[in-house]
Ligand binder design. Structure first.
Ligand SMILES: CC(C)C[C@H](C(=O)NO)C(=O)N[C@@H](CC(N)=O)C(=O)NCc1cccc(N)c1
Ligand SMILES: [Zn+2]
Ligand SMILES: [Zn+2]
Length: 162
């Protein structure tokens, strides 16, 4: 499938962000999620500042112009676009989820780090994996910062950007 033709990628968070999470925490969750992938590949990620980013991260509710409307709290949590120009690589999070910081044992919330790490796999060109312990398995499980990228995901990212 599609992959980036470069190993240095930029990211930016665009627009309004969840009130349940301080912006400094949000930036850290995103940074840690990207680190998971860069630790096992030649990929490097940098904030784009005010320039256009390869990976544009936005929180949207319901209809948001890409024919992939979100569904309110629960259900679909986020989606991402495979590598490419414009919306390629972009990640959309469902703003109606209760996004919480990693490590906070709040069963009513959804840990952003785990979902972001999964979505960035898609942004880099990985599809879902049938391996239940993989990060690219279709269904969410909460992870925290000492999470090690499972072998199946390492194999996937190495195959693309080893
Ligand atoms: C058909 C897709 C748009 C579903 C969507 C997804 O896979 N986004 O990448 C999604 O939100 N999947 C949920 C599961 C579901 N409700 O369909 C999910 O937990 N994905 C994120 C995730 C987070 C952490 C780990 C894993 N394995 C998956
Ligand atoms: Zn979207
Ligand atoms: Zn997915």
């Amino acid at each position: 499938g599609p992959k980036w033709d470069k190993t240095t990628l930029t990211w930016r968070i665009n627009g309004s962000t969840p009130s349940t999470m301080r912006r400094t925490v949000l930036d850290s969750e995103i940074h840690q999620a990207l680190l998971l992938w860069s630790r096992h590949s030649k990929l490097k990620f940098y904030p784009s500042g005010s320039n256009p980013a390869d990976i544009l991260i936005t929180f949207f509710s319901r209809d948001h112009g890409d024919n992939l409307a979100f569904d309110g709290i629960g259900g679909v949590l986020a989606h991402a676009f495979f590598p490419g120009p414009d919306f390629g690589g972009d990640v959309h999070f469902d703003a109606d989820e209760t996004w919480i910081e990693t490590g906070k044992k709040d069963p009513s919330g959804t840990g952003l780090f785990g979902v972001a790490a999964h979505e960035f796999g898609h942004s880099l060109g990985l599809s879902h994996s049938p391996i239940v312990e993989s990060l690219m398995f279709p269904y969410y499980r909460d992870i925290d910062f000492d999470f090690e990228l499972p072998q199946d995901d390492i194999n996937g990212i190495q195959a693309l950007y080893g």
